[in-house]
Ligand binder design. Structure first.
Ligand code: FAD
Length: 461
């Protein structure tokens, strides 16, 4: 084992939480090491956000070519995989560059806590003891495995599905959350026969039904079959594929497919080699680590961020917490404020939400006025042949302050930032309505929805 190394901040995991925390810590003058047992950039860069969005973008391009009857090479999916890998490599290179230029030391290996100030990092041939003043745990999450459908061979997690070298002829997706819908639609656009099974009443549970309706319509148009209220019970694998047995309305049914993709959620990496038991740090029943508003755990010099702490498992939530944790270590008064975390589904059409929804306001008896406007007569949307969808702005009736917003339609992933900024800044619907938006753009629909909310606010006051 190499000699004990002493540092200020140890970061475990180099995903969007870990690398952002390490960079900020080093920028603030702390001697910082980031430890990574897999690939720099974590899930998001290597097997999550970036590869999925690259393949989704390629699937859209492929589909457009097909619609225009352009000759499409049979190798399109393989070409898309090559494109995806090039994007991933570039992004991972960018993360390396950011860490190096901030002066962060990167250590390859698996970190196990020894005590509250020491960790051992086991590399392929080396073992290194590190003594730290502060630690930021950012070990992320992994796909949940179903006991009835264990991963292997033809039962894939999102990681394997994103790396298939050949396009499957048919695919059953178990779990209609955002990962299942995004990947299911991507494969369908390439030509795979896709069936999505969802245990609840609708795909994309958590989003309001009026928002998911245009996505469901497009999924159906892409040839995706959606079976809701269904529970997969077992899968029998053979040479050509698998037979999935599922229950619906208490009756057992069968479906054949080449592969099954299980996307039923993710499990925090707080068990196993990390050895939280050695430092006496508890986890919740879901394996999450409880933190305060500075991402500090019950052990004051140890912080936890990203998928292993409470809140949505999203890359931008992880990197937001990263800055707060590093700044808290440096003694700055940073604290998290979760009221404006955007949620995006990169489906066609895209779906995005930030802050409160109309349904949440009703359920929690929070007074709200809603302003709605659709893309149907928006010039830019018409020009883009993307006139389906709408914007909803949710505002406090007394002050007119924006408390939420939802968008379904093309570019929703980009447009939602305007509503996030409005919430963050405490802007009123009048501010959005009076802001000059360039014409013709999809953003004008936000201005109109805000204008409609402003009329209701005026009427009330
Ligand atoms: P991770 O990115 O999971 O990184 C944790 C890292 O820690 C890993 O690299 C792991 O190897 C390392 N590690 C774990 N234990 C140890 C140890 N003991 N020692 C050393 N290293 C260790 N989010 C979005 O916001 N937008 C999206 O569009 C989006 N799309 C997604 C698509 C898919 C298919 C998937 C699977 C996820 C997607 N996500 C998306 C979620 C996003 O990837 C995660 O929320 C994000 O990566 C979490 O960041 P993190 O830093 O907490 O951990």
């Amino acid at each position: 084992m190499s000699q004990l190394k002493r540092i200020d901040t140890l970061v475990i995991g180099s995903g969007p939480g870990g690398y952002a925390a390490a960079v900020r810590s080093a920028q603030l003058g702390m001697k910082t090491i980031v430890v990574e047992r897999g690939q720099i950039g974590g899930v998001c860069t290597n097997v999550g956000c970036i590869p999925s969005k690259s393949l989704i973008a390629e699937a859209h391009r492929y589909n457009l070519h097909r619609q225009w009857n352009h000759a499409v090479a049979s190798a399109s999916f393989e070409e898309a995989q090559a494109f995806k890998q090039a994007v991933v490599n570039k992004q991972a290179g960018g993360v390396h560059y950011l860490l190096r230029s901030a002066g962060v030391t990167i250590l390859e290996g698996e970190a196990s806590l020894i005590d509250q100030h020491t960790v051992v990092v086991k590399g392929s041939e080396t073992e290194q003891l590190i003594s730290f003043k502060y630690a930021i745990l950012a070990t992320g999450s992994r796909p949940i495995e179903l006991q009835a459908l264990p991963f292997g061979d033809r039962i894939l997690s999102s990681t394997e599905a994103l790396s298939l070298s050949q396009l499957p002829t048919s695919l059953v997706v178990i779990g209609g959350g955002y990962i299942g819908v995004e990947l299911g639609q991507m494969f369908a656009k390439f030509g795979t026969k896709v069936t999505i099974f969802e245990g609840g009443e609708q795909v994309l549970p958590g989003f309001e039904a009026d928002l998911t309706a245009p996505v469901v319509r497009q999924l159906n148009a892409d040839g995706v079959t959606i079976i809701t209220g269904a529970k997969a019970v077992k899968a029998e694998q053979d040479m050509d594929g698998l037979t999935l047995h599922y229950l619906k309305n208490d009756e057992q049914h069968l479906v054949r497919a080449e592969y099954a993709l299980v996307t039923v959620g993710r499990k925090p990496n707080t068990d196993g080699s990390l050895r939280l038991d050695r430092i006496g740090l508890p986890t919740t029943s879901r394996g999450l680590i409880e933190t305060d508003e500075q991402c500090r755990t019950a052990i004051p010099h140890i912080f936890a961020i990203g998928d292993i702490s409470n809140g949505p498992a999203l890359a931008h939530k992880a990197s937001y917490e990263a800055k707060v944790a590093a700044e808290a270590i440096a003694g700055e008064p940073s604290a998290v404020e979760y009221k404006a975390i955007p949620l995006v589904v990169f489906s066609e059409p895209e779906l995005a939400s930030v802050g409160l929804t109309e349904t949440e306001c009703k359920a929690r008896a929070i007074p709200a006025v809603i302003g709605k406007s659709s893309f149907t007569i928006n010039g830019r949307a018409l020009a883009l042949k993307a006139a389906e969808g709408f914007v909803k702005v949710v505002a406090d009736p007394a002050s007119g302050i924006v408390i939420g917003g939802q968008i379904v339609g093309a570019e929703a992933s980009t447009l939602i930032s305007e509503l996030a900024l409005a919430i963050e800044m405490g802007a009123a619907v009048e501010d959005l309505a009076m802001t000059i938006h360039p014409h013709p753009t999809m953003g004008e629909v936000i201005m109109e929805a805000a204008g409609n909310a402003a009329k209701k606010h005026d009427e009330i006051n």
